[in-house]
Design a protein around this ligand. Structure first.
Ligand SMILES: Cc1cc2nc3c(=O)[nH]c(=O)nc-3n(C[C@H](O)[C@H](O)[C@H](O)COP(=O)(O)OP(=O)(O)OC[C@H]3O[C@@H](n4cnc5c(N)ncnc54)[C@H](O)[C@@H]3O)c2cc1C
Length: 364
């Protein structure tokens, strides 16, 4: 059965999809947002919301903010041989995805977008008008943005030969008065981030090689400090995991769709910039499409504008995150030498800054 035609259909209701839908709807476009799951739901994520995204998040949410969520003003890095502490200024926030994603979806509806949950996009046929097929309905639109994350029906990228297989694991645990820091525990085969999500609980989120650990219990046993810290933790919900994580070069369009957020590229989680990149790239995709949707420019112009602006604003963050990943997964001796360097103040500031998006992306 054929239903209404929209200016824009956004596939995926995570941070990138919601940012895109809100921005386009506020510019006057008719927008349909299609989300596979029903919110709220837990999501594997460190829930570190970087300072570079807080201003944009506030703009997207309108008056809905998260004033009482923990501020994260320090990163402590625990390697097996050495611990360093780096300031985070201005501070980041810790916001559970359970709340963040549901608030963003509500904001998209307030902005005027129609949002359907439990509506996975199964197929997109592009042409002058794009046809989008879900399980029971078909929709049409002038443009489609794929914001369905790093691995979905619409976003599948073959792993490179011999590429390590990484997975993500996450759980919330009772811990009263945890320090206001993101604590990154590095061990052979991956790392685990721990930060407060409320006064009485912490989020523990790990990225590990699939052959090194299968559960958070395995992860906790891999670093002596983390083993000690987690001894008295009790889980607040059953731990969740991701499918495999692949790193690849950013791609900004495919099959006549703009790609936003993780669908365009996946940045190493330790950078704590994935949500920020999703919010900024989703917004940028909508801004690039508005002239086309208003009949003031072509689809090709929109595609080119988005690709150029994306590369300028975000590509350095991906490059630098990949370099830092090499340091943090180096053998223990080399890692501790490099971490000693990172403990020196100007270097540490540069290290934190290097994985951040460029100033021009923050102007909103
Ligand atoms: C282990 C780990 C830790 C992380 N820690 C952090 C952190 O601390 N800070 C940070 O900033 N980033 C972190 N990230 C990265 C961050 O989670 C992502 O970058 C961010 O979620 C990207 O947002 P997105 O909207 O692009 O994708 P997603 O958040 O994945 O949203 C995509 C949405 O699309 C939906 N979907 C999928 N397929 C379809 C379909 N066919 N049709 C319709 N909808 C569909 C999904 O259900 C989902 O809701 C971490 C990632 C991992 C794996």
């Amino acid at each position: 059965m054929e239903t209404a035609q929209y200016d824009l259909i956004v596939a995926g209701g995570g941070p990138a999809g919601c940012a895109c839908a809100i921005t386009a709807a506020r510019a006057g476009a008719s927008v349909l947002l299609l989300e596979k799951d029903r919110f709220p739901r837990h999501k594997v994520c460190g829930e570190f919301v970087s300072p570079e995204s807080l201003h944009l998040l506030e703009w997207l949410l309108g008056d809905q903010r998260f004033p009482d969520r923990p501020e994260i003003s320090r990163a402590r890095i625990f390697s097996l041989r050495k611990t360093i502490s780096l300031p985070i200024f201005p501070p980041a926030k810790s916001i559970a995805r359970y709340e963040l994603d549901a608030e963003l979806l509500a904001a998209a509806r307030r902005a005027g977008a129609q949002a359907k949950e439990e509506a996975a996009v199964l197929e997109v046929n592009s042409g002058t008008v794009c046809k989008i097929r879900c399980k029971t309905e078909t929709f049409t639109a002038r443009a489609v943005v794929n914001a369905s994350g790093r691995w979905s029906q619409l976003t599948q990228h073959a792993a490179k030969k011999n590429q390590s297989k990484w997975i993500g694991l996450k759980g919330h645990f009772c811990e009263a008065q945890a320090p206001n820091s993101v604590d990154l525990y590095f061990f052979n085969g991956g790392y685990c981030g721990v930060q407060p999500v409320s006064e009485s609980s912490v989020n523990a989120c790990a990225m590990v090689r699939a052959d090194a650990a299968r559960s958070l219990e395995d992860v906790f046993s891999m670093h002596p400090e983390l083993r000690k810290r987690s001894r008295n933790w009790s889980p607040l919900f059953p731990a969740i995991s991701t499918s495999q994580l692949y790193f690849r070069q950013p791609q900004t369009d495919s099959n006549s769709m703009l790609l936003a957020g993780d669908a365009a590229a996946f940045i190493d989680p330790f950078a704590g910039d994935g949500i920020s990149l999703a919010l900024h790239s989703g917004t940028l995709a909508a801004e690039s499409l508005v002239p086309f949707l208003q009949g003031r420019g072509s689809w090709e112009d929109a595609k080119q504008h988005y690709g150029n602006a994306y590369r300028k604003q975000f590509a350095p963050a991906f490059r630098n995150a990949a370099r830092v990943r090499k340091v943090l997964t180096a053998p223990p001796l080399i890692q501790s030498m490099l971490l000693s360097l990172a403990g020196i103040s100007p270097f540490s500031r540069a290290l934190v800054r290097s994985t951040r998006i460029q100033e021009s992306a923050k102007s909103r």
